[in-house]
Each structure stands twice: as C-alpha cells, then as structure tokens.
Design a protein around this ligand. Structure first.
Ligand code: ADE
Length: 254
C-alpha cells in the first residue's frame, strides 16, 4: 500500500517510519510512504504556506494554492481517497483503519495551525478524520496514528497471523489479560489454565477475560459485539459479581 503524506514537517515522520513494524513493512515492500513538503509547492519568493484568516480573528490558516498544487502534482488525476486530519473530522476507529487498508493508495493532508482554507476541503478532500476529541498542534501525529493502525491491516505486515484479529476492537471486544514468564512474581500467579497447555480451555479463558474486561471498561462495546448465548449468560453472572462488589479483571470465569 502506498501513502502520500502532505505536510509542512516531513521530518516528524522519520523515527516512526524507521522502527519496528512500519520499518519492516517498508523494507519488505508492503508499505511505501512518500512524504511531500507542502512548502516545496509554494510559488512566491518566501514560500509562504500560511496566512491570517479573512475577517480577522487569531491564528493562521494553511493556504489553498500550495496544497492543491502539491496534491495535484503528486496524484496526477488518479482517484485516491484524500484524507484531511482535523479535530472536526469523523472519529478514527479500528473499522475505519481496516476499510482504508483496502485501498492501494491513500493521501493524507496534515492540517496545521488553526486550520486550512475551506477551499482545500471543497477541491480535494474526500474524508475528514479526527483521532479523538482533543486538539493537537498539527495533523502529523494524527496521520502517524492512522498510518500505523492502517498498516497493521495490510496482509503480511504483522508477523503472527493471529495478532490482528485478536487485537482489541477487531473482535468487537477489548483484549483480555495476558501473561508471560515467570509463572509467579511477588506472589502474583499466572492463572493455572494458561500453564496447562489445553488449547480449548485457554481459548475459552481468553474469551471470558476479554468479555470481562470489556464489560468493566467499555460496556457500550458489548451492545454490538458478536457474543454467543452462553457468553451473554456470562454477562448476567458478571453483573451479579459486580452487584456483590467483586471487581477483578483477571479472574477466570466459570
Ligand atoms: N489536528 C489537530 N487535532 C487533531 C485531532 N484530534 N485529530 C486529527 N487531526 C488533528
């Protein structure tokens, strides 16, 4: 998959692209990230990319011409989703990450300062995306968040084929408790079932742990999570436990 990122600060992306999963995906040719400096497309002597808004008010807006020139010269008329990162956008989700990963090529315009000239939206943008209800100094961090979450859905990017479906949200649930060695640390023991090698029992324990954690932390996710009848019954038991004041996230369920 190919990303075309339009930004005033391409250097911000370097460390994120040069480590771990994204680095490996690029080396293996599964992911290509082209960074385009919007400033290179400003035509005036001082390469101005921002101006104060008409009508006054504080702050600076990204100008329309350099962005349009940059995007048009890179995309060459190809029909590609063009995302603008903005706190006014639709909230980014795991579902959206999986959907964007279906495209062979995706453009992201990183908003900056107090915003962008409205005509950028009118002329170019197909999707406006926010990564959460808070304001960042610019869209670069949001673009990196999206890039990382989308790349995880590109086939073969993750080493272990199981990891993506088990990730929190992919199953509609948060991921449950997990342990690695040693079996006991400061008196805290790993649940016995995980040490015994019964794969069916382990799978049931994990599922129950995920449901428990989701119930305790993000109960609204359970409204849409695909649960079996037996699992819905477990929710009733959890509700009883809560009513009795038991609130452990890690205990196995019956
Ligand atoms: N730019 C500034 N804040 C942002 C946010 N929360 N999401 C996406 N882009 C942004």
């Amino acid at each position: 998959m190919r990303f075309e990122i339009f930004t005033l600060f391409p250097a911000m992306f370097e460390s994120v692209l040069s480590e771990s999963i994204l680095k490996r995906a690029r080396e293996r040719g599964l992911l290509q990230v082209n960074l385009h400096n919007i400033r290179d497309y400003a035509t005036d002597k001082h390469r101005v990319t921002d101006e104060p808004p008409y009508g006054g008010g504080g702050g600076m807006l990204l100008k329309v011409e350099p962005i349009v020139r940059a995007v048009e010269s890179v995309l060459q008329g190809e029909r590609v989703p063009i995302v603008l990162t903005t706190p006014q956008g639709e909230r980014f989700t795991q579902r959206m990450a999986a959907d964007f990963a279906q495209y062979p090529r995706l453009a992201i315009i990183c908003g900056r300062y107090e915003g962008v000239d409205e005509r950028v939206r009118q002329l170019l943008v197909t999707h406006e995306v926010s990564i959460g209800d808070y304001v960042l100094s610019g869209g670069e961090l949001a673009a990196m968040v999206m890039l990382d979450a989308i790349a995880r859905h590109i086939p073969n990017v993750l080493g272990n084929a199981e990891s993506a479906p088990n990730d929190s949200f992919s199953s509609g649930l948060l991921e449950g408790a997990q342990y690695t060695r040693p079996p006991e640390f400061r008196g805290l023991r790993v649940p016995e079932v995980l040490l015994q090698g019964d794969h069916g029992a382990v799978a049931r324990w994990r599922r129950a742990s995920a449901i428990r954690r989701t119930w305790l932390r993000r109960p609204e996710l359970l409204l849409n999570a695909p649960l079996s009848d037996a699992e819905r019954y477990l929710l009733g038991e959890l509700a009883d436990e809560l009513a009795r004041g038991v609130r452990s996230e890690t205990d196995a369920l019956p």
